[in-house]
Write a protein that binds this ligand. Structure first.
Ligand SMILES: Nc1ncnc2c1ncn2[C@@H]1O[C@H](COP(=O)(O)OP(=O)(O)OP(=O)(O)O)[C@@H](O)[C@H]1O
Ligand SMILES: [Mg+2]
Length: 245
């Protein structure tokens, strides 16, 4: 039997056989404002409350923004010693090395990396190439001869493989580019991950509708339905199905 990490999102676990498979990597995809960061923070916080060792690598929002977003839902991340939130400067030329070090430093149960786009869209600079040893450069197969998206993807592969090695369960966010078929800006994360949760948001008149689709979840008999949800002052909640639905 596959062991699982509960999401503790009200109504979600029963739709995915009890939770995310332990040590799986799930891509949380969606256009801006669909709730990617809230979903990840909620899962992480509730696992931290249960004593799991949790890490949130925040590459997107300014220092303190994520924490205040969490506080508005009544969550108190500052009270949990086993929950580490790190604001990472995505313009740091040693970004990948920094992230790899953090992942390897401690045996985490759950890791959120928000977002992959800050890594893939920030490929190796010339300055960075100069700083690297020849051996490191060889790992990138002569980066100066590769185009930027390829370098970005190579960086992501390194991160995926470090997470897999760490055995942590991970949630990685990426922006879904409107009008395209893919689930990530980099176009390879959807193939490297074990699961994909796609978040949608539409506004019709004064009403807005949020929903999620579990597009893949290896080792799981997961729902194939479009699952409507709300964001309330307690965070994300799946809307219960009416009996006649
Ligand atoms: N207390 C709240 N009640 C209801 N909705 C909220 C609340 N707080 C935030 N939201 C909604 O959640 C959205 C932000 O969610 P979140 O930051 O998780 O999105 P995201 O997908 O990570 O966006 P981005 O791609 O810009 O990082 C807001 O735009 C708002 O619509
Ligand atoms: Mg976000």
């Amino acid at each position: 039997m596959v062991s699982r990490i509960q999401t503790s999102i009200p109504g979600l676990d029963k739709l995915i056989q009890g939770g995310l498979p332990k040590s799986s990597i799930t891509l949380v995809s969606g256009t801006p404002g669909t709730g990617k960061s809230i979903l990840c923070a909620q899962i992480l916080y509730h696992n931290a409350l249960q004593g799991k060792k949790c890490l949130y690598l925040n590459l997107e929002q300014n220092e303190g923004r994520l924490e205040s977003q969490m506080q508005q839902f009544g969550w108190k991340p500052e009270k949990l010693k086993n929950l580490k939130i790190i604001g990472v400067d995505s313009s740091d030329p040693n970004l990948v090395e920094y992230i790899l070090k953090e992942i390897q430093k401690t045996r985490y149960d759950l890791i959120v990396l928000d977002s992959l786009d800050s890594i893939s869209s920030n490929p190796l600079t010339l300055e960075e190439v100069n700083q690297k040893s020849l051996q490191q450069i060889a790992e990138f197969t002569i980066p100066t001869m590769l185009d930027s998206p390829t370098i970005g993807r190579l960086k992501l592969k390194k991160i995926f493989s470090a997470i897999a090695k760490s055995k942590a369960t991970a949630l990685l966010t990426s922006e879904k580019v409107e009008g395209t078929e893919g689930f990530s800006r980099d176009t390879i994360s959807e193939f490297l991950c074990d699961g994909i949760v796609l978040l949608n948001y539409v506004e019709i008149g004064i009403t807005d509708y949020r929903s999620l689709i579990v597009r893949k979840l290896r080792n799981s008999n997961h729902t194939k339905d479009v699952v409507p949800f709300n964001i309330t002052n307690k965070g994300i909640e799946i809307i219960k199905k009416q009996k006649n639905d």
